[in-house]
Design a protein around this ligand. Structure first.
Ligand code: ADP
Length: 431
């Protein structure tokens, strides 16, 4: 994909794609979240647990010590700055580390500590003296696999004899006929299938822990469900199977039940977004130029904090960016045609306060929370293909989670003919 950088004279070359709205790419969003998230997402809900055997006692832990981990693993956890288990980890870790091993399906929104939990489980089950793959983790993209590999490396820093094979220290480096000696293997279903069945680098019957991460993203990708199931079928019956997902629609659930036998289930409900702490305004305008003027009028005010400005199409977002830059404002453009790395670095700069104003399309609205954003401007109202207001996107753009969210301000720039849409939004939310 090409990226759009304004020309020297400030103009940009538009393409046909610019008229399209950016589509939400689950895998890209998930990766962005991981790249920019530095701390746990808080939750006010209780963890729901469904045990495979309801009569067996249910353990939860408040400290990592209670888990009786290997000394070097505990050191790794503390070196990462973790003081105590997250909400989901309190329940999940004792189950994952139990003897005999138990299978688990866990669902909680991203940022709640799922990756850290299964990385810990894999590291604790590895026998460092045995030089063959013992833990296998499937991830939906190369980049996500890489990211999980990094977590294994960080947490396992003091487990000196444990090694991880993720796409970063890839295979083609493994000459044909040589055995893989690394104990933890992470990859996408297609590649892993290739490694196991075609290249016969991994003996699946020797795998002790099988992790299927980001199941919701996984089933979104053609062929990945079937490939994952083929891999799972070749595992031994003693292998512990763990599945994680940020969301839990029926399709994910059906897939989870197909692939994980006799599971315990852990769920943590997502924090609801509300508009309660948000003051919402609209500015009635004649034209796009007029909307621009209205934006400039409040610009000084919005840059006291940090602001996100939403446009409906890439073309509009580009137009606005160029115009603002030409008028001497410091803004950055986040759009779907940028690579994930480019997007991550733009969001990171914004998070660090290097830029005060971010202009974007809907790609940024979901999943990515930039806590310090106090002001949201809808330069265009979110509408669906039927030209009806998209309430969900509206809520995602300006809503905050009730208990932890800060107060916010939202401005809607409305061309006169769009006023009925705004009124519908007002009715819908009764605000
Ligand atoms: P998920 O897989 O659910 O998206 P992660 O395991 O990636 O969540 O955790 C989200 C962030 O919180 C990461 O930056 C991770 O390092 C951090 N984290 C995870 N567990 C803990 C913990 N127990 N204490 C502090 N931080 C944690």
């Amino acid at each position: 994909k090409t990226t759009t950088v304004p020309n020297v004279d400030g103009s940009v070359n538009n393409t046909e794609e610019d008229d399209e709205e950016d589509v939400v790419d689950l895998a890209a969003n998930s990766l962005l979240n991981k790249l920019i998230r530095q701390s746990l997402v808080e939750s006010s809900h209780r963890v729901e647990v469904l045990q495979k055997d309801p009569s067996s006692p249910l353990y939860s832990v408040k400290t990592f010590e209670e888990l009786r981990l290997k000394e070097e693993l505990l050191k790794g956890i503390y070196a990462m700055g973790f003081n105590r288990p997250s909400k989901i980890q309190e329940m999940a870790l004792p189950m994952m580390l139990a003897h005999p091993p138990q299978n688990l399906i866990a669902q909680s929104q991203s940022g709640t500590g799922k990756t850290a939990a299964f990385v810990l489980a894999m590291l604790s089950r590895v026998n460092a003296l045995e030089l063959f793959p013992q833990c296998l983790c499937l991830a939906p993209t190369y980049e996500l696999a890489l990211q999980t590999g990094r977590v294994v490396e960080r947490m396992g820093k003091f487990c000196v004899d444990v090694q991880v094979m993720s796409p970063s220290n890839l295979f083609f480096l493994v000459p044909r006929g040589t055995d893989v000696t690394k104990q933890i293997v992470i990859g996408t279903p297609g590649t892993v299938l290739d490694w196991c069945f075609k290249r016969k680098l991994i003996d699946l019957t020797k795998i002790r822990v099988f992790v299927l991460d980001e199941a919701d993203v996984m089933i979104d990708t053609q062929g990945f469900s079937d490939q994952s199931i083929r891999i799972q079928r070749a595992l031994s019956s003693e292998c512990q199977m763990l599945l994680f997902s940020a969301t839990f629609e029926d399709s994910v659930w059906q897939f989870a039940e197909r692939i994980i036998p006799d599971p315990n289930v852990i769920k943590l409900r997502r924090e609801e977004l509300t508009l309660n702490n948000i003051r919402q305004y609209y500015v009635l305008c004649e034209s796009r130029k007029d909307k621009y003027q209205a934006l400039c009028n409040i610009y000084g005010g919005i840059t006291i904090g940090q602001a996100i400005i939403f446009c409906q199409t890439r073309r509009n977002a580009k137009w606005l960016t160029v115009k603002m830059i030409q008028d001497g404002h410091q803004v950055s453009l986040l759009s779907g045609e940028l690579t994930v790395d480019q997007r991550a670095s733009i969001i990171q700069r914004f998070r660090d306060g290097k830029e005060k104003v971010l202009i974007t399309t809907n790609v940024c609205a979901r999943g990515i929370d930039v806590k310090q954003v106090t002001i949201v401007v809808n330069f265009d109202l979110p509408v669906n293909q039927a030209e009806e207001p998209d309430y969900e996107i509206y809520l995602h753009r300006i809503g905050r989670t009730g208990r932890f969210g800060k107060k916010g301000l939202a401005f809607n720039m409305i061309e006169v003919d769009k006023l009925p849409l705004l009124m519908k939004i007002q009715d819908h939310f009764s605000k």
